[in-house]
Design a binder for this molecule. Structure first.
Ligand code: MTE
Ligand code: MO
Length: 363
């Protein structure tokens, strides 16, 4: 089924369509490498994919955070491509990835797109450094925030027009490792992923990586938008003071590349595979359990852990008895972060990081 407003084909073997979004089937990552092929990469659209022409594209950088008396600076596509290019392997993961597990694992219903685990992908992104673009535009030394904005249609929800997707980014992150990407996996950025130019904000919640970038406000005072005040922050009992600060970094996760409810044959070894990732530090170890967490065994890591991407792992399991079973995996990173048994509830179900209880049937 095509999703409303998504351009690329969405073969049901690779995607589950949820509203205007297409979720990757995590288990199909099993036959992919470190990078997610573009035709399997999830799409998360607040409205719909605009079809824009690179030749007409211009970026406007504006605001009181530019020095001098310059009201705005315009940068064309060719000019952007003439800046020094960098290539980074980075995950993009929706803040709500894993959200449906708040309800299914913890009995805590939350609002928002009910993703399972496939609102994440890794790609090679090539583009210009945001820091180069901001310096070219003349960012002032006392600027504190930038706010990139997309060219897709304004987002209307519950009768309110929230305007174009935009979200503030602290200057420290903007000047660190953010890129304005014009290539994904060696090809021009596809329409659905932000053609002609998107932001890639490594290790941050996916919404920070604004697609179809049109302009960037630079400010000497903090900026906000509905995507930093009403969405993409934690609300709920654990956050009594009117919510947390706006979300920044993503969290850590691990998962089996196996359909939920898969059937496995008893009495023979199964070569199970999965992925683990942490936005907070490089992955240190992955452990697996097939007895509900009483005993944990180390999984074998197939990739050299580094910050930003994900690590593939394998574990062999020989189920003895027929019947239902639950497979667990748990990642630890080099900063000592470890997946908890329960994720802290928040009303919009962001940053689900608990150990996933993966149901299988042994026959
Ligand atoms: N940028 C714009 N302009 N409009 C959007 O709807 N969605 C955001 C972000 N950038 C969005 C956007 C969200 S919530 C996520 S998770 C990522 O894009 C998804 O990127 P992808 O569709 O390339 O996977
Ligand atoms: Mo997202």
């Amino acid at each position: 089924d095509p999703a409303p407003g998504i351009v690329k084909p969405l073969p049901p073997a690779y995607f589950t369509v949820r509203g205007t979004n297409a979720e990757s089937r995590f288990e199909t990552f099993r036959d992919t490498g470190r990078v997610t092929p573009t035709d399997r990469f999830f799409v998360r659209n607040h409205t719909s994919t605009p079809v824009l022409d690179a030749a007409d594209w211009r970026l406007t950088v504006w605001g009181d955070g530019l020095h001098g008396r310059r009201p705005s600076v315009r940068i064309g596509y060719g000019q952007l491509r003439d800046l020094p290019a960098v290539t980074r392997t980075a995950l993009i993961e929706c803040a709500g990835n894993g959200r449906s597990l708040y309800a299914t694992q913890q009995g805590e219903p939350v609002s928002g797109t009910p993703w399972t685990l496939g609102a994440v992908g890794a790609a090679h992104w090539r583009g210009a450094r945001l820091s180069d673009v901001l310096r070219l535009a003349g960012i002032a030394a006392d600027a504190v925030a930038v706010q990139p904005r997309g060219l897709d249609a304004p987002y209307v929800t519950g009768g309110a027009d929230l305007g174009h997707v935009r979200r503030p980014l602290p200057v420290a992150k903007a000047l660190d490792d953010v890129i304005l990407a014009y290539e994904m996996n060696g090809e021009p950025l596809p329409y659905d992923h932000g053609h002609p130019v998107r932001l890639v904000v490594p290790n941050w919640v996916g919404v920070a990586s604004v697609k179809w970038l049109g302009d960037i406000e630079v400010s000497r005072s903090p900026l906000s938008s509905p995507w930093s005040t009403d969405y993409y922050r934690f609300f709920g009992e654990a956050y009594p003071a009117g919510g947390s600060a706006p979300l920044g970094p993503q969290t850590l996760k691990s998962a089996y590349e196996l359909p939920f409810g898969a059937t496995l044959e008893a009495g023979r070894p199964h070569h199970l595979t999965g992925r683990a990732w942490s936005a907070l530090a490089p992955v240190r170890a992955v452990e697996v359990s097939a007895d509900g967490g009483a005993a944990w065994h180390p999984a074998r890591l197939l990739d050299r852990p580094r910050s930003g991407g994900w690590v593939r792992w394998t574990a062999s399991w020989r189920p003895a008895a027929a019947g239902p079973a639950t497979l667990l995996s748990r990642v630890t990173d080099t900063a000592g972060n470890v997946q908890p048994e329960r994720a802290v509830h928040n009303t919009q179900g962001y940053l689900f990081n608990a150990v996933v209880r993966h149901p299988v049937t042994v026959e």
